[in-house]
Design a protein around this ligand. Structure first.
Ligand code: PRT
Ligand code: ZN
Length: 303
């Protein structure tokens, strides 16, 4: 093989994220929390990694799976809806999978749902038989219809899917829903979930085997730390020995209580809680004998 045909050695990792839109800011914040910082180019399409050799490409979310498939980017932060749609479209065209979700990131939650006019009484997927369904997710909808054994016409629209029933171009729609306000404003109601989605970190099916491999595993480890600790709280308090069993029961969802040396009969205790602690829960603990309760946020942790 001639040297010119060998794959170029890459020692910088490239991550595609949304330039504008719902996932743009949370994606950047998450990567910054992993210790990455960048210098922005003048056209604001490329950010050169300063703290680590990890660069960002700012693009439309629709382009992210393709950029990974083509090897232009190693990673991308994109909605599972977009990733799965493009994966389903590839498979329907007989192409192999080229990208995969590596981590769920805990933001951008929404569902791809079938919605019908409010006055319809929905009895189940069979009711979609013979209808026209407007969507921007034709591959996922086609796959779902096949799984349900339902024959319907998929009407592909690139936007404003929710007005299709009023325009008479479809009877049903299949679209992303978060609060449901858009459906309600268009006299539609969600009846069936096709896919639950959130932002994911996506990567190629074949992981890099050069200098990028080490960078990738370091980034994943930091990301796991950041995502897991997002809601975790360190709870500290004092209690008398005879109260500890009851308090441990109230904290059954937390890690086992750690006993630190206290004074006399009073122990100093701490534990890691998986989610935020409400005032109500703290008052309950206080009634059960916890004194000097303190809740601390976890800034950084390595598993
Ligand atoms: O310009 P670019 O192509 O990059 O952006 P885009 O306009 O295609 O995407 P964008 O920024 O709107 O969404 C990016 C991703 O955010 C989506 O692919 C989803 O993974 C995720 N997401 C989360 C959502 C929503 N929630 C959401 N509510 N994407 C779209 N919506 C739509 C929904 O369909 C409805 O029309 O927002 C509207 C409001 O929703 P309700 O239910 O709260 O009324
Ligand atoms: Zn888009």
């Amino acid at each position: 093989m001639s040297a010119s045909k060998a794959a170029p050695v890459r020692d910088r990792l490239r991550i595609a994220i949304q330039k504008n839109g719902r996932l743009a800011e949370p994606a950047r914040n998450l990567l910054a929390a992993c210790g990455l910082s960048w210098r922005e180019s003048r056209d604001k399409l490329f950010c050169y990694g300063e703290s680590l050799p990890v660069d960002l490409l700012l693009v439309r979310d629709d382009d992210i799976p393709g950029l990974i498939a083509d090897g232009v980017c190693d990673l991308g932060i994109v909605g599972r809806n977009e990733l799965d749609e493009q994966d389903a479209a590839r498979r329907q065209r007989g192409l192999p999978s080229a990208f995969q979700p590596l981590r769920a990131l805990g933001f951008g939650q929404c569902s791809l749902m079938l919605a019908v006019p409010e006055e319809w009484e929905w009895q189940g997927p069979a009711q979609a038989e013979g209808t026209r369904i407007a969507t921007s997710y034709p591959a996922l909808l086609t796959q779902w219809l096949q799984q349900q054994g339902v024959q319907a016409e998929v009407v592909e629209l690139s936007g404003s899917v929710e007005i299709a029933p009023r325009l008479g171009t479809a009877e049903l729609i299949c679209d992303l829903v978060s609060s449901g306000a858009t459906l309600r404003a268009n006299q539609l109601k969600p009846v069936q979930t096709v896919l639950d989605s959130e932002a994911v970190l996506a990567g190629a099916v074949l992981a890099p085997d050069d200098a990028r491999a080490g960078l990738l595993s370091m980034l994943l480890r930091r990301l796991d730390g950041v995502v897991q600790q997002q809601d975790r709280k360190l709870l500290m308090f004092r209690a008398e020995e005879n109260r500890v069993a009851a308090l441990a029961q109230l904290l059954a969802d937390a890690e086992p209580l750690v006993r630190l040396p206290g004074e006399g009969d009073v122990l100093q205790l701490q534990t890691m809680c998986p989610g935020p602690l409400s005032w109500q829960r703290m008052e309950e603990l206080e009634r059960a004998g916890a004194q000097g309760l303190m809740v601390l946020s976890v800034e950084r942790s390595l598993a």
